[in-house]
Design a protein around this ligand. Structure first.
Ligand SMILES: Cc1cc2nc3c(=O)[nH]c(=O)nc-3n(C[C@H](O)[C@H](O)[C@H](O)COP(=O)(O)OP(=O)(O)OC[C@H]3O[C@@H](n4cnc5c(N)ncnc54)[C@H](O)[C@@H]3O)c2cc1C
Length: 436
């Protein structure tokens, strides 16, 4: 059978040949894993049927937050009370489509259970903090190496509230963050007004997290990382990975549409489409798409000075290289269901209440809408670590709402696992075995 990677790169002979790792997926996670695997001395082949940085991937259309403080799982204690609303209101900030409910139910039950008590939430937060703590500086390093330092900024992130009381209704979350080591400033109405003059004055309270960062253009960032991966010497194969050939517990090859790629190790970084590949190497992981939307306005005048999350609309507003993007919404409807653009319109309507001077509707010229698939586990923690059937295959997916942020540290951890070592900071909270 044709071996596209070996054909194009040749094969070093003898026992000194570097370990050959195949990275499946070229979203932000796959790019970071590929860079770190090359840095660790491996020969790398990246497999993805789609071009890097393009609209098909979650990594393209996210909100650009490098939020080292986003350590809460999506479900918090008492979330079960919202279940009737999730089912009844197809346009609420979180909605479950009835047709998808039978398939999603086991995932949803685990999702609720993982946030059942504050102690469970704290465990997740402490684990996530290990992964995210230094994300802004790791991304600054990656962006500088890839020749795009201007795409990553570390100027803090803002959460805006209509009142202090609204902030206090989220006390549990901020208490958990504080115990995990997050610090912040609280801004009163006058400070907020001085710092964010274009923001609607109905917002009178804000939390500023100085340690956090942001990306000015996630699609361009991923494209630059992918280019860097090739510059470092990796081979890119435009094909879909379909499975693995494992013999005697050792990985022999990754099977793709266009033939096998002989290799010593592989990383599954296929985002929301990773579950079947992981199950084929003994690691069934409950993975759902938490579908999210963005709406983007070209050449907007006015907007936030600091990227911000509005507590009332549960959306992030971010000025990106001359465009204004509002991202959010969670829709549980599977990977195949068509987009419900009314959800993007909701984001747009909310955005217009925050900043003046935007076109009247989301279908106006210069306004763009996008749907993407967050690769989400029910407990809000990604799977990073070896597969059950062979330690030669490493899982690196399931980053849900924090995949851009968490990709840099994931790259380092996954590269260590690909070299056969357990990373010092890793804990079993990231292992797929937790779902057994
Ligand atoms: C609206 C929205 C806002 C968000 N905001 C933020 C934010 O502000 N900050 C943050 O940190 N995160 C955010 N996220 C989450 C973040 O975007 C994702 O967690 C992250 O992009 C996941 O990256 P990934 O590389 O795992 O997956 P993807 O970017 O989806 O990439 C997966 C890649 O795998 C490829 N692939 C799939 N199947 C195969 C196969 N069989 N063989 C080979 N290749 C395959 C795909 O073609 C794709 O290129 C947001 C997400 C959404 C939807």
């Amino acid at each position: 059978m044709q071996d596209p990677a070996n054909a194009s790169q040749g094969n070093a002979a003898g026992s000194e040949r570097p370990r050959h790792a195949v990275v499946i997926g070229q979203g932000v996670v796959g790019c970071a894993v590929a860079i770190e695997a090359m840095r660790a001395g491996m020969r790398v082949t990246v497999v993805d049927p789609e071009p890097a940085g393009a609209e098909h991937a979650a990594s393209y259309g996210n909100s650009g937050w490098l939020s080292s403080h986003s350590v809460l799982p999506p479900a918090l204690p008492g979330a079960w009370r919202n279940v009737p609303v999730w089912l009844a209101d197809p346009l609420g900030p979180l909605a479950v489509r009835w047709r998808h409910l039978p398939r999603a139910l086991p995932w949803l039950l685990r999702y609720l259970a993982s946030g059942w008590t504050e102690a469970r939430v704290q465990r997740t937060a402490d684990a996530l903090r290990r992964l995210l703590r230094d994300a802004p500086s790791l991304h600054r390093q990656l962006a500088a190496e890839a020749g795009v330092p201007e795409l990553i900024e570390q100027r803090g992130l803002l959460h805006v509230y209509r009142s202090r009381a609204e902030f206090e209704s989220e006390t549990l979350g901020w208490r958990v963050r504080s115990r995990a080591g997050v610090t912040w400033e609280e801004w009163d109405a006058a400070t907020l007004r001085a710092r964010e003059p274009d923001l609607n004055p109905r917002y009178t309270f804000a939390v500023f997290v100085a340690e956090a960062g942001s990306c000015r253009d996630p699609g361009a960032y991923v494209a630059a990382l992918a280019k860097h991966v090739q510059w470092l010497g990796a081979t890119v194969v435009r094909a879909r990975a379909e499975g693995f050939r494992v013999e005697g517990g050792r990985l022999r090859a990754v099977r793709t549409q266009s033939g096998e790629i002989a290799c010593d190790a592989a990383a599954i970084c296929a985002g929301a489409r990773s579950a079947a590949l992981a199950a084929s190497v003994g690691s069934p992981v409950p993975l759902e798409s938490e579908r999210g939307y963005h709406v983007q306005v070209a050449a907007a005048t006015g907007g936030p000075r600091t990227s911000m999350m509005a507590a009332d609309g549960k959306l992030i507003v971010h000025a990106m290289n001359g465009r204004l993007r509002a991202g959010g919404q969670v829709e549980i409807a599977g990977l195949a269901a068509p987009a419900d653009w009314r959800r993007a319109d909701i984001l747009y309507a909310h955005l217009r209440t925050m900043f003046e001077g935007l076109p009247p509707t989301a279908d106006a010229p210069g306004v763009q809408r996008w749907l993407g698939h967050r690769p989400s586990t029910p407990d809000g923690l990604p799977c990073i670590g070896p597969a059950t059937a062979t330690r030669d295959v490493v899982l690196a997916f399931g980053h849900g709402h924090v995949g851009l942020t968490g990709s840099a540290r994931t790259g380092r951890w996954a590269a260590e696992w690909l070299s056969g070592r357990q990373p010092a900071e890793w804990t079993a909270a990231f292992g797929a075995e937790r779902f057994r």
